[in-house]
Design a protein around this ligand. Structure first.
Ligand code: ATP
Ligand code: MG
Length: 349
């Protein structure tokens, strides 16, 4: 550092120590706590007074006690260790906390009197990562299942009728068939034509389900209206779309992801809610759009974290949240048993 313009007093250092967001503490050679800061109270669940009578070994399972001892041994032997390293503590109530920490010998008058530690709680972050990994795994599997289903349906719904159609045409063009009267020929052709039309309809429905062309051609609002109509027509749920603010077109990616979120939310309404009404609201603000999907169904108890749902194979809500994140947005869920469900996504544009 350059020459100090001012000197920090011990009180200033004390302030830094006490208010640091990472947990810090000092222990003697036997592992007894000597001093710590507020972040340590938060990490351990104990007050500093309570910690004063405790030993670090109480917070470590055998495996991680061995790690702590190894770190200390190497530090005392002057060997290099990778810092920060990962450690796990069992804190108040038997909860496990994962931390990234750095440890250094505490040297007083040239003698090692103990160790000082700085530790950052990364438990939540790690949990999120793990949920995310699981989620990706599940999504990949769901994708494969989906492809299998599509392949099967393409075969059953499209390949089969096309095969029948070809056979019909073969029959008509075969030279060995008995002579048909004009009327019979016309009738056969009509039949084949109507088969071809049915197949074409099926194909259109297919493409529609996979990626509604209406979204590309007419935009998000039209696509939402189409979806609401479909829900009303096929499932008798009074579904409507409302627009607030002045409609404008959004980046294609935002439109697609908002559409997929609405699709998931309405699928849930249809499958779980037993609702008679659904309302989709699209609000255009100056620098954001807000999509809300609300139903008057039976509602449910929200999980603590949506990632937890992914870990039991329920991908809908977790997927909505991920999609919202992909476009820099935020998803909020409200639901109460007996009081319906509302999904809100806010996206900056
Ligand atoms: N609108 C709703 N009304 C009532 N319950 C709901 C609603 N949306 C979700 N739920 C409840 O939340 C659970 C989780 O929903 P989610 O969409 O994540 O999974 P899923 O629909 O069960 O399965 P998936 O969407 O992966 O096919 C549902 O199983 C259901 O119990
Ligand atoms: Mg679902």
């Amino acid at each position: 550092m350059t020459e100090a313009k001012f000197r920090l007093t011990e009180k200033d250092y004390r302030y830094l120590f006490e208010n640091a967001s990472d947990a810090m503490w000092v222990q003697d050679m036997e592992g007894n706590f000597l001093d710590g800061n507020r972040a340590l109270e938060k990490l351990s669940g104990y007050t500093l007074e309570e910690l004063a009578g405790k030993n670090i070994t109480q917070f470590l399972s055998d495996e991680f006690l061995a790690l702590a001892k190894e770190v200390q041994r190497r530090l005392l032997a002057g060997e290099d260790i990778d810092q920060p390293y990962e450690q796990r503590f069992l804190v108040k109530g038997g909860r496990m906390r994962i931390v990234k920490m750095a440890t250094n010998p505490l040297i007083i008058n040239g003698e090692v009197k103990g160790f000082q530690h700085v530790a950052r709680d990364i438990t939540e972050e790690r949990q999120l990562q793990e949920n995310m990994r699981f989620y990706v795994h599940q999504v990949t599997r769901a994708q494969e299942d989906e492809r299998k289903r599509i392949a099967r349906e393409l075969h059953d719904d499209l390949a089969q009728p096309l095969l029948l159609l070809t056979q019909g045409l073969d029959f008509l063009s075969s030279t060995t068939r008995k002579k048909l009267s004009d009327a019979e020929l016309k009738q056969s052709l009509e039949k084949l034509r109507s088969q071809a039309i049915d197949t074409l309809e099926g194909l259109r429905r297919y493409a529609q389900d996979l990626r509604p062309p209406i979204l590309d051609h007419l935009g998000l609002l039209a696509a939402l209206e189409w979806m609401a109509e479909d829900l009303a027509k096929k499932h008798g749920i009074d579904a409507r779309v409302k627009v607030l603010g002045s409609e404008r077109s959004l980046p294609a990616e935002v439109e697609l992801l908002l559409f997929r979120i609405a699709q998931e939310a309405l699928t849930n309404t249809r499958r779980h809610a037993e609702a008679s009404r659904a309302r989709i609201t699209l609000e255009f603000g100056d620098d954001k759009v807000v999509l809300t999907v609300n139903d008057n169904g039976k509602g449910f108890k929200l999980p603590r974290r949506l990632g937890d749902l992914a870990s039991v194979g329920k991908l809908g809500l977790a997927g909505m949240q991920e999609r919202a994140r992909l476009i820099g947005g935020r998803l909020e869920l409200q639901s109460e048993v007996g009081k319906g469900t509302t999904v809100t996504v806010e996206v900056p544009v």
